[in-house]
Design a protein around this ligand. Structure first.
Ligand SMILES: Cc1ncc(COP(=O)(O)O)c(C=O)c1O
Length: 467
């Protein structure tokens, strides 16, 4: 018998069920949470954050780095920094801080966020706070104020050569510093060298001329970040090797240097067929650092990472209802959803990012190729390809089906809210979905709570000056 139910398609294409995804009575379960229960309780469109995943990810990364360090006899320490830009929400920052991490900031308002969480006693003046990004005067002032107020482990990372002037002027006592070295972009990118950081060829001279004899500053960190992420590619290993070589050269003239910050970019699962050997990559990174340091006879640096997407990406999901189907020609069928893809998952439009897409119900229906259409009038408001193939298959919707088809996009927890402007005005005034948090209560039971209701017309009309 030919099996052409949606379930069979998934079962035959992927290893399924897999971590985080299972089926019960024909309906999808996400990290043990029956999504139909949430839909029945809250309705759609629905954004959800499964908070326990954040801790799992942090523990996993720490374990991998520590296991590799131990196995290879690597003497430097490992520091897990959370970069707040991937999700600034208080419940995310609170959750990451429960797992003993440090923080990375990217802009002036981020320091206001830091001040706020100090008031809440979530961190103290010893927490390492790495300050990245191009510094405006305001951002540099707020960083300097932290240092002047006794925060011991603030590390402003110089993004350019003039930034130092701010700290000369604004910091009263001594100041730790990092230097960001600009990486070369992937060969197919529009630019050859990243705009972020100081040119690799200028770092040593800059240090000698401006910092070596300056008693106020102590350079402790070299930072680099490969924007396209940690990958087992010639390009990635090439950039890492260059950064490690520079670290070794700088260490020889800068004894205070102790840390190499390799940035973010650890990938997450964006398809059920996702394959990435995390343990291998981490071990190879640690190994590369160790070999280079042994060859140059310098102590191994402490390794800092700033994983954003890896920390929060897999905690997020978006659930929509299919409102209707439209057959626009013989080949093209549209499933029209009750929100906008372009505004709610801006990366799917802006950088063609793919997320795990699965139906919540109707897994026993036959499947068909479809295009998913959003509610805005923009012709870019669609989703019709996956990582593993340039099409999307979903269950057929029968004319007499008693309930709509529900769709979930998974692992959407990083960056989408900041890019979309959570709760702001939206393209075609399509509102932000309601937002539900799922977390463990004091007794360890999984509970759900409405964090924010669906955006109301008055909220947008107010921003727009009508009320
Ligand atoms: C300096 C720096 N660190 C860390 C990150 C986080 O990257 P990811 O979310 O891919 O881990 C970014 C992302 O833009 C970054 O610019």
């Amino acid at each position: 018998m030919i099996k052409n139910r949606y379930f069979d398609l998934i079962d035959q294409t992927f290893y399924f069920p897999q971590e985080g995804f299972d089926i019960e009575d024909g309906n999808l379960i996400f990290n043990g949470v029956p999504l139909k229960y949430l839909i029945n309780k809250y309705g759609t469109p629905l954004k959800l954050t499964y908070l326990p995943k954040i801790g799992t990810q942090i523990k996993k990364a720490k374990n991998m780095f520590n296991k590799a360090r131990k196995a290879l006899g690597y003497k430097g320490k490992y520091h897990y920094c959370y970069c707040t830009k991937s999700s600034h929400f208080s419940y995310v920052v609170q959750e990451v801080l429960r797992h003993g991490v440090e923080l990375e900031t990217s802009s002036s308002f981020d320091i206001d966020l830091i001040r706020n969480i100090v008031r809440k006693d979530w961190i103290d003046k010893d927490t390492i706070i790495v300050n990245n990004g191009f510094k405006t005067r305001e951002y540099a002032q707020k960083i300097s104020d932290l240092i002047n107020d006794g925060f011991q482990n603030v590390i402003p990372v110089l993004d350019n050569k003039t930034e130092l002037d701010y700290y000369e002027e604004m910091v009263k006592g001594k100041c730790n510093l990092g230097i960001r070295v600009a990486t070369d972009e992937e060969p197919n990118f529009e630019f050859y060298t990243s705009r972020l950081g100081i040119r690799g060829s200028e770092v040593l001279n800059y240090y000698k001329e401006r910092l070596a004899k300056n008693k106020k500053f102590k350079v402790t960190m070299l930072h680099f970040f490969v924007d396209t992420g940690i990958k087992d590619s010639i390009y990635y290993w090439g950039e890492l090797k260059k950064a490690v070589k520079l670290y070794c050269e700088l260490k020889k003239i800068c004894p205070s240097l102790t840390a190499l910050n390799i940035g973010g970019g650890m990938p997450i699962r964006n398809s059920l067929g996702f394959e990435f050997d995390y343990n291998y990559m981490v071990r190879e990174i640690v190994n590369l650092l160790l070999s280079a340091c042994q060859e140059e006879e310098i102590p191994e640096p402490d390794i800092f990472t700033e994983f954003g997407k890896y920390t929060v990406g897999e905690s997020g999901a978006l659930i929509f209802s299919v409102l209707d189907q439209k057959q626009q020609n013989d080949a093209e069928v549209w499933y029209m959803i009750d929100n906008s893809l372009i505004t709610t998952m801006p990366d799917s439009w802006g950088i063609a990012e793919r997320f795990i897409l699965l139906p919540i119900n109707k897994w026993h229906n036959e499947y068909r190729r479809v295009n998913i259409g959003g509610l805005s009038c923009d012709n870019s408001d669609y989703y019709n390809s996956e990582v593993h193939e340039s099409q999307v298959y979903l269950p057929l919707i029968g004319k007499n089906d008693p309930e709509p088809l529900y769709l979930g996009f998974f692992h959407t927890g990083a960056y989408q809210d900041s890019l979309s402007g959570y709760g702001g005005i939206k393209h075609c005034l399509i509102p932000s979905p309601k937002h539900v948090l799922i977390y463990k209560d004091a007794k360890g039971n999984i509970v759900d709570k409405l964090y924010r209701a669906e955006q109301q017309p008055e909220e947008m009309l107010k921003i727009l000056g009508y009320i």
